[in-house]
Design a protein around this ligand. Structure first.
Ligand code: IPE
Ligand code: IPE
Ligand code: MG
Length: 248
């Protein structure tokens, strides 16, 4: 049976977050430069986005470039930024054809001007699409995001707009870059690494984690479906006991 047919469409996660990892190693295994891996990662992004729309995932968030990635060799960073611009240009049509709204989170001011401009154009063009929201985490790290939220809250307290006693979990969540997006129920990381690497630390509090040895350039929609099938076999207890969940 097709893996897709084993998935219960009524029990899909609303939001899937992915750490796209392993481009460099995939290229190296083929005797190529790391950037060859990044270029081949674009097909994986396209197929995953289309697969997400096909199955009915409403929010997909992809970790494309972390705050820490700025410390990579200059040549790799500029190649990645160039690739980003070209990919956005080329793939806007794919987003329109699939009804995907593009969104971005991260310290976007740090992006090269051209990159930032293309990103904004694509976001505006796709703003009315409703099938799925694709969020790119760019120049993003969760500690940066949480620090920003704390700063904003501190300013509001200082100006008298809010009282410190009013700060609860909802307030904090509303000051994160993901304020309009539900928390991911499923987080996938490729390449065999089993860590979070400063990704959505607050939002992943109760996410199911799924790790695959596949390198990102080889990831396709069937791998996403495989992860969804695994997710549906997990028991999400949220601190309760199994017995309590059955009663609910
Ligand atoms: C993921 O692949 C892409 C980015 C982090 C930009 P890597 O470039 O991290 O590839 P590996 O992990 O070194 O193989
Ligand atoms: C995480 O991958 C960031 C992205 C996928 C964009 P890294 O390859 O940068 O993470 P580490 O260094 O292995 O933790
Ligand atoms: Mg990596």
């Amino acid at each position: 049976m097709d893996i897709k047919d084993t998935i219960d469409k009524t029990k899909l996660p609303e939001h899937v977050a992915i750490i796209m990892d392993g481009n460099g190693r995939w290229a190296k295994e083929r005797g190529q430069l790391r950037v060859f891996g990044h270029r081949n990662g674009v097909a994986a992004v396209r197929d995953t986005v289309e697969g997400a729309v096909e199955i009915g995932i409403k929010y997909l968030t992809l970790y494309a470039f972390s705050t820490e990635n700025w410390n990579r060799p200059k040549l790799e960073v500029s190649a990645l930024m160039e690739l980003l611009v070209n990919t956005i240009n080329k793939e806007t049509k794919t987003l329109m054809d699939n009804g995907v709204k593009l969104n971005a989170i991260g310290n976007l001011n740090q992006l090269p001007t051209k990159c930032f401009a293309r990103l904004n154009e694509a976001m505006q063009k796709t703003a009315n699409n409703t099938n799925c929201t694709l969020t790119l985490a760019l120049s993003y790290s969760a500690r940066w995001e949480i620090t920003e939220a704390v700063r904003q809250l501190a300013k509001k307290v200082l100006s008298g707009e809010i009282n410190p006693d009013d700060i609860d979990e909802n307030q904090v969540a509303r000051h994160l870059t993901t304020c309009d997006i539900p928390d991911p129920e499923l987080m996938i990381r490729t390449s065999g690494e089993q860590r979070i690497s400063n990704y959505l630390l607050w939002q992943l509090a109760y996410a199911e984690l799924y790790f695959t040895d596949k390198m990102w350039p080889e990831f396709r929609r069937n791998d996403l479906f495989e992860a969804l099938a695994t997710y549906q076999n997990r028991e999400r207890r949220f601190g309760l006991t199994s017995e309590q969940l059955v009663k609910k």
